[in-house]
Design a protein around this ligand. Structure first.
Ligand code: CTP
Ligand code: CA
Length: 224
């Protein structure tokens, strides 16, 4: 414990966190994106730094300040996030994928601002293509890293989280029910920690408190 009574149980450990939304350009002034305050990922980065870890936070645009003692890597698109996360992933002990990555992006972003007054037929569609899955890509290449993903579900929360655990080769999925009144932009969250060995039902609590619970469980997996 340090002078404030904080556990320093991540001293000498390296942690990578993805957080916030990604933004995908339609043209130089417009984009498609996801709702994401970034609060959960930033809380994990802050808690890990307080507990002594060397933290890299790869973040899409949010309204939050960089947590103290954290290396911030700002990104815009999913492809940029993948490139930066890949670099931080190689040597980290724990990787937490809390970002709300846009599943798709405009196929051919315009190089110039689209002006009003074009025909309805030109406005009828924006062609989209799928983005890379950052967690699945890095999960497939994991060696010693403990890999923690998230799942935002409106139904069959546990079943969907278990499917993501396997599909993305993660060690743990933090599953949250976005159909209820907690999740996006709120200060509280209600989650289940889904692992191969079983499920932990975590009571509703603040995101900073939950950050410490998620780290406690990732650390347990480190020492396995
Ligand atoms: N994720 C990611 N890259 C993506 C999409 C998702 O790294 N392109 C990560 C998220 O950060 C989260 C986990 O994968 O940790 C699950 O994200 P979620 O959106 O719930 O799942 P998807 O696999 O995208 O499936 P769907 O949105 O269709 O439920
Ligand atoms: Ca998704």
């Amino acid at each position: 414990l340090d002078v404030l009574g904080v556990k320093r149980d991540l001293e000498g450990r390296s942690i990578m966190v993805t957080a916030g939304p990604t933004v995908e350009a339609i043209d130089p002034v417009r984009f498609i994106s996801n709702h994401s305050s970034g609060k959960m990922g930033y809380a994990i980065a802050r808690a890990a730094a307080r507990r002594g870890a060397d933290v890299t936070l790869v973040s899409g645009p949010t309204a939050l300040d960089a947590p103290d003692g954290v290396r911030m890597v700002p990104v815009q698109s999913a492809r940029e996030m993948l490139a930066e996360a890949e670099e931080a992933f190689t040597d980290c002990d724990i990787a937490v994928f809390a970002a709300a990555v846009s599943d798709m992006r405009p196929k051919n972003p315009a190089g110039r601002k689209l002006k009003k007054g074009v025909s309805d037929s030109e406005l009828a569609s924006i062609e989209l293509v799928e983005n890379p899955d950052i967690l699945a890509t890095l999960g497939a290449s994991k060696a010693h890293q403990v890999v923690v993903g998230f799942a935002a579900e409106t139904n069959d929360v546990i079943e969907n989280a278990q499917a993501k655990l396997h599909r993305k080769n993660a060690d743990m999925i933090v599953a949250n029910d976005v159909g209820s009144d907690v999740g996006f932009g709120t200060d509280d969250n209600k989650v289940w920690l889904v692992e191969e060995a079983g499920i932990i039902d975590v009571p509703r609590m603040s995101k900073p408190e939950l950050a410490d619970i998620i780290l406690d469980n990732a650390i347990r997996r480190l020492s396995e």
